[in-house]
Design a protein around this ligand. Structure first.
Ligand code: AMP
Length: 552
């Protein structure tokens, strides 16, 4: 027997309708590319998203057409999220930190019909002018006063002019909730980037689950600033969650340095923010060197790569609670969040810190399975490890316009490529990416564990651990560090740092100091490039010839 409840599709447009009706006067504040701070409300967003939807129709776009965006976090980008997806088109966010050739590849692969770009990315557009010729329009997200003129791109359209003449009346179509709403390509560190095609249903369910107290825990009392970019997996769903709960939104725009972020947080009473660890490293260092504190910030969600425990402590000392989260482009992104349970309240501070530093426990809606090398589930003892598989309504079942299938999707489970431990409470700890773990003498060494320890040393700004080839052991770990200004760090200090904290055979063989560690376009350590640096140095000679190898 079927239930007798209404069929009400879960649509992205329903979030905006809700925000405009019941949180219409709640503010959205954006630092603009043009410079000034822009303020308006959810009611304004709704009106302008409707004008945009009308303009997209006038451009001749058909349901399902892809619309590309190259943009920072700001109000016009938000209008695209709703105006494009809400009207039955697909909002394809593109990472502007990729190389122009990669961007051109992605635009062609996605078959984008129109591209919207912030002013900042004009040089990128000019470099790939040929690849843009087939588009119906390239729209610059600014007003007439700031429109650039480009001999290479003579037909640029001005965003404000495009929507100015349009009516702000528009009936959001009653789409099937499985209609595609968004498209985001994986970072492509291994092979060509692949497109993950989100649906209205997956986006709304993900947002509802992420809003819960033990995940991001957002409410109408919050002032929320997504520092994680809207071009990186929908800014972890925050552009959907904030209007869903009626939170104020504070968009940092292009300025992501410590001083600008701190100033914006303080001015706008930001209570919650989210982003990858490197952003907070920069902010904390700036705050410490300028003797600054937070007056409103209470919580920060950190993920994308592992949060070093020392970062949790540094933020805690400033009155901010860290919620470590885990996710992937293929999982919309969030799947795990490290919120403590009632039974953990009596734990000692170090034990609580150790739990908070884990990637977290499953969100409702995400099912996890582990698999040891023997193919059997691993013991949930927080020690045994194996690969992590996941399934759920916001996990990719395929890739856009590609025969490639997410690993193991045919079995109904997606292989995350992460090696993990899980405890009886469901807390998962990522030991490593399968491809980043160091395999030494048949044992796996966790690069994340070694990086976290290095990160706690006062001389080290950022640390990476990668494998170097080794005749006897197969691979051995090497620590690669960027030091703080004027700081010094020797191999002996490294050995002292690890001694007693990890098994002796896990201690890196060498340390290599570099001016800067390379990152991916999404701010993660670029392990392939770091491995190359190490291998190139080894060709010149040993990394450090003066000291004997660490005994094992
Ligand atoms: P991407 O799809 O580019 O966002 O990358 C997803 C991968 O990032 C995951 O499979 C993890 O290996 C890594 N990742 C994401 N969040 C975390 C985290 N909190 N700790 C460690 N690794 C993470």
């Amino acid at each position: 027997m079927l239930g007798q409840m209404m069929q009400w599709p879960l649509l992205v447009s329903s979030i905006l309708r809700h925000a405009a009706s019941y949180h219409g006067d709640t503010e959205i504040v954006s630092r603009t590319v043009e410079g000034p701070i822009h303020r308006y409300t959810y009611a304004d967003l709704s009106r302008r998203a409707k004008q945009l939807a009308n303009a997209l129709g006038r451009l001749g776009l058909e349901p399902g057409d892809r619309v590309g965006t190259l943009a920072w976090n700001g109000y016009r980008h938000l209008e695209l999220y709703y105006g494009v997806s809400g009207s039955g088109l697909v909002c394809h966010t593109i990472n502007p930190r990729l190389f122009p050739e990669q961007i051109a590849f992605i635009i062609a692969h996605a078959g984008d019909r129109v591209l919207f770009s912030d002013l900042s990315f004009l040089p990128i557009l000019e470099q790939m002018a040929d690849a843009l010729k087939g588009l119906k329009a390239v729209v610059i997200m600014t007003d007439e006063a700031h429109m650039p003129s480009s001999p290479l791109l003579p037909d640029l359209v001005c965003y404000e002019t495009l929507i100015a003449e349009e009516a702000d009346e528009y009936e959001w179509p009653d789409l099937d909730e499985n209609t595609a709403s968004g498209l985001c390509y994986t970072s492509g560190t291994t092979g060509e980037p692949k497109g993950v095609l989100y649906s209205h249903r997956s986006s709304v369910l993900h947002a509802m689950s992420c809003a819960l107290p033990d995940v991001l825990g957002l409410s109408a009392l919050d002032s929320v600033s997504p520092v994680v970019p809207m071009f990186h997996v929908n800014a972890w769903g925050i552009p959907f969650i904030a209007p869903m709960v009626g939170a104020k939104l504070v968009m940092p725009g292009p300025k992501l340095d410590g001083a600008s972020i701190h100033e914006l947080f303080e001015q706008e009473g930001v209570t919650f923010t989210a982003g990858v660890p490197t952003v907070w490293l920069t902010l904390l260092d700036w705050m410490d060197s300028h003797g600054q504190s937070f007056t409103s910030l209470k919580r920060v969600a950190i993920g994308g790569s592992a949060v070093p425990p020392v970062m949790i402590s540094r933020l805690q000392d400033k009155g901010v609670t860290v919620r470590h989260v885990w996710g992937m482009t293929e999982t919309s992104p969030l799947g795990l969040a490290a919120a403590l349970k009632a039974k953990h309240e009596g734990l000692a501070p170090e034990q609580k810190l150790a739990l908070r530093a884990k990637q977290g426990r499953p969100l409702f809606g995400m099912e996890f399975r582990t698999r040891g090398t023997d193919g059997k589930p691993i013991a949930r003892d927080g020690k045994s490890f194996g690969s992590m598989l996941v399934r759920g309504p916001w996990v990719a079942a395929g890739y856009y316009n590609s025969p490639a299938s997410p690993a193991h999707a045919e079995e109904g489970w997606f292989d995350t490529g992460d090696v993990v431990t899980m405890d009886a409470d469901g807390f998962v700890q990522i030991v490593d990416r399968t491809k980043d773990a160091v395999k030494s003498g048949g044992e796996w060494i966790s690069s994340i564990e070694l990086e976290n320890i290095a990160q706690s040393h006062p001389a080290i700004k950022e640390a990476a651990v990668v494998a170097k080839p080794d005749e006897r052991w197969g691979e051995r770990p090497v620590l690669v560090v960027q030091l703080k200004p004027e700081a010094h760090f020797s191999r002996q200090e490294m050995i002292d740092l690890y001694t007693g904290k990890v098994a002796r055979w896990s201690i890196p063989d060498d340390v290599l100091v570099v001016d800067e560690l390379p990152h991916t376009a999404t701010g993660k350590l670029l392990k392939t490039a770091i491995r190359e640096i190490v291998v190139n140095r080894l060709q010149v000679g040993s990394l450090d010839e003066d000291l004997p190898p660490v005994s094992r």
